[in-house]
Design a protein around this ligand. Structure first.
Ligand code: LMR
Length: 407
């Protein structure tokens, strides 16, 4: 009977890393997955993470005295983590936190947290739709499909300007039936790297509020886009400050480099503490049959880094360093392309985009050329991860892009 199961296609993002590993040419470059690399193109373990790890090993006795152990976490996760993550997102003095209107449940990084939010929608808002930006992160559609939540797209990217189609976005959000969930990227939109301006965020909030829609934020890059945790959470905080009910999925994969620890959270900001308590009880009920309870290691790292002032400061400095390195390669890539390309094409969009990615505008065939001819691995939607690029490789990448673009 298993004979009848067909082969699944490779994942559009993680499958790129598999193809990269199989390539034996030395010039190869992996710009597929959004994972931070050093200038030497090596994975990076943050110093604060190493310190927490070493401290926790040295302080084994202390940890045991403090009561740390390997028992199951509660279904909702580590209390110290949940408190830290909500405060990091909203600001510790946010009235929603003070009024206990935030239901936070530890999740399996961004994907697991989104999946939990999707399960909540499926169970308590049957028939409700989620509006997703066109384009969006490749996994969003899978997540809502598997949770059996219907979705459709709102316009976001304008290929003519390689910028935001703000009018289209507003029109589509307006046209959706009342009570639609609107999936928004908190900062550093994946894959385009194009974010609304603060004024545009206000207008988006106006329309969502008028239409009684429910914003659902995916915050996977807090601190990684601008280098500032508060600045990168401004979009979410603006909606919460208006008293709206908001869903927010968080991930610590990128900003703390905890990719493999699967640490994140699902936050539901409700209108009363009573409803937050009920929502939390239901999130736990949904989590229990899916994965029972979350793993503890990443949660302890986050709670320790955020809860120890000297480590918290060091983390912020490391995020600035990572965001800064990406800005440097962004500038160098732009300089290299614009000095080499004699066609007169305006490449300034590279500089306007923010975060880990650049959306090059290369189509599928051109992206194939990047890989087949130049050994540059990237997703077929034309996205390149600048976090996987070094200054030394910018000239090579510029040649590859120009060749593929005019191909
Ligand atoms: C990406 O978009 O490359 C990352 O978020 C990794 C992933 O899980 O797809």
């Amino acid at each position: 009977r298993f004979e009848g199961i067909p082969m699944a296609p490779p994942d559009p993002i993680l499958g790129v890393s598999e193809a990269f590993r199989a390539d034996t040419n030395d010039v190869k470059l992996n710009l597929g997955v959004g994972a931070y690399r050093t200038e030497e193109l090596q994975p990076y373990v943050l110093n604060v993470v190493k310190k927490v790890y070493v401290l926790s090993l040295m302080a084994e006795n202390l940890m045991l005295e403090r009561g740390d152990n390997k028992e199951y976490l509660p279904i909702e996760g580590l209390a110290a983590f949940n408190k830290a993550t909500a405060e990091l997102l909203l600001g510790a003095d946010n009235p929603a936190i003070k009024e206990q209107r935030v239901a936070t449940v530890q999740g399996l990084s961004g994907t697991g947290s989104l999946r939990l939010g999707a399960a909540l929608i499926e169970r308590y808002f049957p028939g409700s739709k989620v509006l997703i930006s066109a384009p969006t992160w490749g996994n969003h559609k899978n997540i809502f499909n598997d949770a059996r939540v219907p979705w459709s797209e709102y316009r976001y990217y304008d290929p003519r300007t390689v910028g935001l189609d703000f009018e289209g976005m507003i029109e589509d959000i307006k046209a959706a039936p009342e009570g639609t969930f609107v999936l928004l990227h908190g900062c550093a939109h994946n894959p385009t790297g194009i974010d609304p301006t603060p004024e545009q965020w206000e207008k988006i909030a106006d329309v969502i509020q008028q239409k009684n829609h429910i914003p659902f934020f995916d915050v996977a890059y807090q601190g990684f886009a601008s280098g500032s945790l508060d600045e990168d959470a401004a979009s979410v905080r603006l909606f919460v400050a208006r008293g709206m009910e908001v869903l927010v999925a968080q991930s610590y994969s990128k900003n703390l480099g905890l990719y493999a620890e699967r640490i994140g959270a699902m936050n539901v900001i409700s209108s009363s503490s009573e409803s937050a308590t009920r929502v939390k009880s239901q999130l736990k009920r949904l989590a229990r049959p899916m994965y029972s309870n979350p793993p503890v290691h990443g949660a302890r790292i986050v709670a320790n880094v955020v809860g120890t002032p000297v480590l918290f400061d060091e983390w912020k400095a490391e995020m600035e360093m990572m965001a800064g390195r990406i800005k440097n390669v962004r500038q160098k890539l732009y300089d290299s392309i614009s000095s080499k390309d004699k066609s007169g094409k305006d490449w300034s969009f590279i500089l306007k985009q923010i975060g880990m990615f650049s959306y090059t505008g290369l189509n599928k065939n051109q992206s194939d050329n990047m890989t087949n001819k130049w050994h540059v691995y990237m997703t077929k939607d034309g996205r390149i991860s600048l976090a996987g690029l070094s200054l030394a490789k910018c000239e090579y990448l510029a040649d590859a892009i120009i060749d593929s673009y005019h191909n």
